[in-house]
Design a protein around this ligand. Sequence first.
Ligand code: 5GP
Ligand code: ZN
Length: 132
Amino acid sequence: MCIFCDIVKGNIPAYKLYEDEDVLAFLDISQVTKGHTLIIPKKHYDNFLNCDEIILKKLTQTAQKLGNHIMKKTGANGMHLLSNANEAAGQSVPHVHLHLIPRWSAQDACVISFKESDKQDMEALHALLKMD
Ligand code: 5GP
Ligand code: ZN
């Protein structure tokens, strides 16, 4: 059973911020920062990699509108939009969701860091990954 499907069905309560026929947005139960919000489709897809593209577009459109709304209402100075796909990327609930995480400063409880790992052969990587 999927907990986010249960929230859509009303079996688990949630602090809903926005709802339409396809999309639901609600406060994350663990508030990384004040206003941390999840945006999900009402229909179950595992993650953004296999989500219907029209639905994914609706999720991102909602993220933009709601992101601006949360910025205004909380007085945040910045905002993350992120979505984890699969356990290796930290996904703990296997129902696609976009996180909106308001930011005030680098001292917030939210830590997202980009560290450089092994040097890559950029020519080979480009040849491998460029889309035809
Ligand atoms: P993930 O780790 O999959 O990217 O994010 C899952 C998020 O769902 C976590 O931030 C977690 O706090 C949130 N979450 C898990 N269970 C519930 C729940 O029952 N209600 C709400 N509102 N959020 C939940
Ligand atoms: Zn689900």
